[in-house]
Design a protein around this ligand. Structure first.
Ligand code: ATP
Ligand code: MG
Ligand code: MG
Ligand code: MG
Length: 563
């Protein structure tokens, strides 16, 4: 590709509003431009890297037996009503109406559409197991889109769905996806960890893991053991039954009985500064009142606000001990709730959860007893717990706990029969009996993975692509195109390198050598070949971006040198 006509506008300075290296570099190197808040255009260079990541994903998914397909981004509301998620999903779901006023949603995920598909087509055990996947654009109206494509409102996801006849078969499917994900992120050159995760609002019983890229800009905190394989998202990393109980400071929780619903803006109004995206809340029920406990910034559990979920006035600062003492009271654990949701939703969730007995079900329930389902807002005592802290002995007893920040690039999830039961996706077994299909879902944020790769692969001069995802193999520079020797040699080289199968970006612009070197560092292609003063002798300068090593090489030896 000749750079002169290549659409890769670069920026010298750090663009405003770009707070983290990957966002800055994607803008500066011309991979990306913002079209609207949380909505981006990928320029040719960005698109090329995305394709590389997609290709790695495709190869590993296919190897694991996945079959690629493509579902619509636009989804009829009826399907979401069937699963119950049209209301439950909340404001993150982008909704729209057609000209006949029929309701639709822009897919944030595809459980409903795929369950609808298979319920009509897979009716026999002979068709199971099956794994279907797609790479496609997803829509989530994130409360606070930020960090470029790390958290955007339109993004590219690989989502896969597995269909099995029983739990054991589901476990096999899950394990093979876990392995595929491990291969994918390794091939992308990422330093990552698979961590035990919160089963969250998507529901379903059984295992779930998040794949976390270790990075300071990560919005999650992971607790891992330096001595064993234990690793968990801090939001579920709890230690049971180790805290001494003290008398509950009842008078410290003044619960108001005015059930006025508050929005998150109202609730957080007047609070000190906090990092909203990292803000998580935990809802408890104390004396029949949902109590909101807000863990502030960076999941810093030493600085926690406590209050009545229904009333912003009554939100106060509390320390870790205070929370622990509250946990010693008659409190029902509802679980971490994303405070990016409207508080109305949260309060509603609290009440519904208690009433239906699901609280704890999507939590590490071995630590918590569920609240009785059959009585309205009846609270049962549960065991003590606290979140792990750095230096604790790991829950598996091996090694000590360390914390690290992580970017969630992938998520594997055993759904069980949540969707197949709700939507009637059944198969007939060997004995002709009808059973709900066991499902699993497996997501990878393709665009987020791209940003995560950059977070781990850059230096002060620009991008440093791992070979596996680099947009081009080689960057060929003609330092002074006005010199005929240089131009002739580089033109010949450009053709022969392409012939030899390399994907070459050829900087044939009429720019100064300094500009070209700077841009080459910014683009970060693995190998730079500069054709300069020694062109008459047939000598070029070859530089490895990774370690900066430079060497003069005669063009006759170039192919051996590159291989
Ligand atoms: P997060 O906790 O970061 O909001 P999530 O748990 O809501 O992510 P999943 O529903 O598990 O996301 O979706 C699968 C994958 O899609 C995630 O692991 C992540 O890599 C990616 N993803 C989710 N939301 C976004 C987003 N707003 N922008 C980019 N990628 C995203
Ligand atoms: Mg999310
Ligand atoms: Mg998540
Ligand atoms: Mg997730």
């Amino acid at each position: 590709m000749r750079q002169q006509l290549y659409f890769s506008p670069t920026l010298r300075d750090i663009p405003q509003g770009a707070d983290i290296p990957s966002h800055q570099l994607m803008l500066r190197a011309g991979l990306l431009r913002q079209t609207a808040s949380g909505i981006y255009s990928y320029l040719p260079l960005g698109r090329k890297v995305l394709r590389k990541v997609e290709q790695i994903i495709r190869e590993e998914m296919d190897k694991a037996g996945g079959q690629e397909m493509l579902m619509p981004a636009i989804q009829p509301a009826e399907l979401w009503e069937e699963s119950g998620r049209f209301d439950d999903y909340g404001p993150e779901l982008m909704r729209l109406n057609d000209r006949n006023d029929r309701k639709f949603a822009l897919g944030p995920t595809h459980e409903e559409v795929i369950t609808d598909l298979v319920r009509d087509e897979i009716n026999s055990y002979k068709k199971l197991p099956m794994n279907l996947y797609q790479i496609q654009t997803k829509y989530r109206d994130e409360r606070r889109p930020r960090f470029g494509v790390l958290r955007s409102r339109e993004f590219i996801m690989k989502d896969a769905y597995s269909f099995d006849s029983d739990q054991e078969s589901l476990s096999n499917s899950y394990d093979s996806m876990y392995e595929a994900y491990t291969n994918i992120f390794k091939r992308c050159g990422l330093d990552f960890r698979a961590v035990q995760a919160d089963a969250g609002a998507i529901g379903g019983k059984g295992g779930t893991h998040e794949f976390m890229v270790l990075s300071d800009v990560g919005e999650d905190t992971i607790a891992y053991s330096d001595g064993s394989d234990y690793a968990a998202n801090l939001e579920i990393a709890a230690l049971p039954d180790i805290y001494e109980k003290s008398e509950p400071p009842k008078n410290q929780i003044e619960l108001l009985d005015t059930p006025g619903m508050k929005t998150i803006e109202e609730l957080t109004n007047g609070l000190e500064e906090y990092n909203e995206n990292l803000l998580k809340s935990v809802l408890f029920v104390v004396d029949e009142n949902p109590v909101l406990i807000i863990c502030r910034g960076d999941h810093d559990i030493n600085e926690i606000k406590v209050g009545n979920a229904f009333d912003s006035e009554n939100v106060r600062l509390a320390d870790d001990d205070y929370i622990t003492r509250i946990l010693g009271t008659e409190a029902g654990f509802i679980g971490p709730v994303d405070i990016s949701e409207d508080v109305t939703v949260m309060a509603d969730y609290a009440v519904k959860s208690v009433a239906s007995g699901i609280c704890g079900a999507n939590q590490p329930n071995k630590h918590f007893k569920n609240v009785h389902p059959d009585r309205d807002l009846q609270i049962e005592r549960y065991g003590d717990f606290r979140f792990v802290q750095e230096g604790d002995a790991a829950p598996d007893g091996i090694g000590t706990i360390q914390f690290a920040k992580g970017i969630e690039v992938g998520h594997v999830f055993k759904l069980g029969t949540k969707y197949s039961e709700a939507m009637g996706a059944v198969y007939l077994d060997e004995n002709g009996r009808s059973n709900p299909i066991m499902m699993g879902c497996y997501g990878i944020g393709v665009s987020r993975t791209l940003a995560a790769i950059i977070e781990q692969h850059h230096d002060e001069n620009g991008l440093v692509w791992p070979k596996s995802v680099a947009p081009f193999d080689l960057h060929l520079l003609v330092l002074n195109p006005k010199q005929e020797d240089q131009l002739n040699l580089s033109e010949t080289l450009y053709e022969s390198l392409k012939q030899a199968g390399y994907d070459v970006l050829y900087d044939d612009r009429k720019e100064r050598a300094g500009v070209k070197f700077k841009d080459a560092d910014l683009f970060g292609l693995p190998v730079r070949i500069a054709c300069g003063k020694k062109a008459p002798e047939g000598i070029v300068e070859v530089k490895a971006r990774q370690n900066g090593e430079m060497e003069e090489v005669h063009v006759d030896n170039l192919s051996t040198y590159l291989s």
